[in-house]
Design a protein around this ligand. Structure first.
Ligand code: 5AD
Ligand code: SF4
Length: 451
């Protein structure tokens, strides 16, 4: 979502004639767009500001100046602290106020013109919808795109900062999403990933004033000409409704891939995490998904070392992983986040135990990921080609199951460096869906040949 948000900030700033530059020393404004979900985010911000401060001093000596801005959830959570600790920072604003960026720049310019210290802080949760105030155009390029449809979270898992930094669940209206998807497709997108912290809790308004579910939204987007693939992330098990599961069977653009975090396989820990589901509820959803779409690739998030987690609790997580068999996964050591209920539980798990459990879990998940990839060998798959690969004559794309695929194009580059004509037809393939014969598999990618 931060990638998407950064693009929207660039769109908002274009109205003030800002354009992106490659290096921070060429910039009149540097925005650090931050994430607060796991540890050390704030420390990274302070060390990055230290580096930028030197550039700011040089540019100020040269009469050019530079604003340093901190955006995103670290700004939302620690705005006042940032201003106090890092005087080089001029602007601090949270994820809900990007549309006010042009005004914030005006305020900063006025303060600077008056010779005052520049200080712009905006961590409100405004009543107006920022999407209504962000420019409609998108500088999007390339065959894959993100589109935020929902933001915020009302779940309050006890380990998580998101409900405090992103605020409560809000869904964008259906028509605004369809319009944005059309613009993305007109700009060359073939695949769109719908984004939301709780994307499957989506319930946006239709033009007739009634509410639409994510399944309904996906069905509407399925009709857009030129859109070949749809994905959505991230989902919560509690909102994995039957109509959404059925969409995986009926919608041809919906890819057979789902990221569905479970966090733990122990009911005791799930309860302490306030996840509002048990391990068996999650397994029942997986069973229904596989009945609807037998080849669906599953991904998840896991936390090891949540306060009070015993060996038996951790064994239950490994057991759940064995029963699901994941195609891909993300796993983390629990880190206490300031202000969350779990951070003040006394029974914190030792760091060494967390390290051991994470290693054991990742070994199992990596094994499953490799096995999943190896099953692809010998299959023919549609690959969406996204960019040039490392080798001449090779392109990089993604399979329907979200695997990275290195594709060797026959007749191109086989006999050394490409001539001009060959490189031209080679880059013409980017954005195309190509049928590929998968020949080998590693833990992180596949390799195949154009048929
Ligand atoms: N500690 C470790 N991992 C966390 N996540 C969220 N909060 C924490 C935390 N305090 C992980 C969860 C979530 C993912 C985005 O980040 O697994 O699904
Ligand atoms: Fe955080 Fe839980 Fe909400 Fe996900 S569902 S964003 S983990 S509080």
């Amino acid at each position: 979502m931060n990638v998407y948000d950064s693009q929207r900030m660039a769109d908002a700033l274009a109205s003030r004639h800002f354009v992106p530059v490659d290096q921070p020393d060429e910039a009149d404004l540097v925005i650090l767009n931050t994430c607060h979900i796991r540890e050390k985010a704030a420390e990274k911000v302070f060390s990055e500001v230290g580096r930028l401060k030197r550039l700011k001093i040089e540019r100020t000596r040269a009469g050019k100046g530079m604003y340093i801005a901190i955006a995103g959830c670290v700004a939302q959570a620690e705005g006042a602290e940032i201003i106090r600790r890092a005087p080089a920072v001029d602007m601090v604003f949270g994820p809900q106020t990007y549309h006010r960026l042009p005004d914030m720049i005006s305020r900063a310019d006025e303060q600077r013109a008056r010779g005052q210290t520049v200080r712009v802080l905006d961590t409100d949760f405004p009543a107006e919808d920022k999407f209504d105030h962000l420019p409609g155009k998108s500088g999007h390029k390339g065959p894959t795109a993100f589109l935020t449809v929902q933001e915020g979270c009302d779940k309050f898992c006890t380990f998580c900062v998101v409900p405090y930094t992103r605020g409560s669940e809000v869904s964008r209206p259906v028509q605004a999403i369809i319009d944005e998807a059309r613009r993305l497709v007109d700009g060359g997108a073939r695949e769109i990933t719908l984004l939301g912290q709780n994307v499957n809790a989506y319930h946006g308004l239709k033009v007739d004033g009634r509410s639409e579910s994510l399944a309904g939204l996906l069905a509407a987007l399925n009709e857009i000409d030129g859109l070949a693939r749809l994905r959505y992330t991230t989902s919560h098990p509690r909102d994995m409704s039957d109509d959404l599961i059925a969409a995986h069977a009926s919608l041809d653009v919906l890819m057979p891939y789902l990221h569905l975090p479970v966090q733990s396989g122990s009911d005791r820990i799930l309860k302490a995490m306030n996840r509002q589901h048990r391990a068996e509820d999650y397994l029942a959803i997986i069973e229904k998904l596989r009945a609807a779409r037998p080849d669906i690739a599953l991904s998840g998030d896991f936390i090891v070392g949540f306060p009070g987690e015993t060996d038996a609790d951790f064994a239950a997580t490994l057991d759940l992983v064995r029963r699901v068999s994941y195609a891909q996964a993300y796993s983390f050591k629990y880190s206490p986040r300031p202000g969350t209920p779990a951070s003040i539980i006394e029974d914190q798990v030792d760091e060494e135990v967390k390290i051991e459990r994470l290693a054991a879990l990742q070994a199992l998940l990596n094994e499953q990921q490799l096995a999943f990839n190896q099953k692809s060998v010998g299959q023919t798959m549609a690959v969406l080609l996204e960019r040039p690969g490392k080798m001449p004559g090779q392109l990089l794309g993604r399979s329907p199951y979200n695997q990275s695929v290195h594709v060797d194009l026959h007749a191109l580059g086989a006999n050394g460096p490409l001539d001009e004509q060959a490189s031209q037809s080679y880059s013409d393939h980017i954005g195309r869906l190509m049928m590929v014969d998968i020949q080998s598999a590693g833990p992180n990618s596949l390799r195949g040949r154009q048929i």
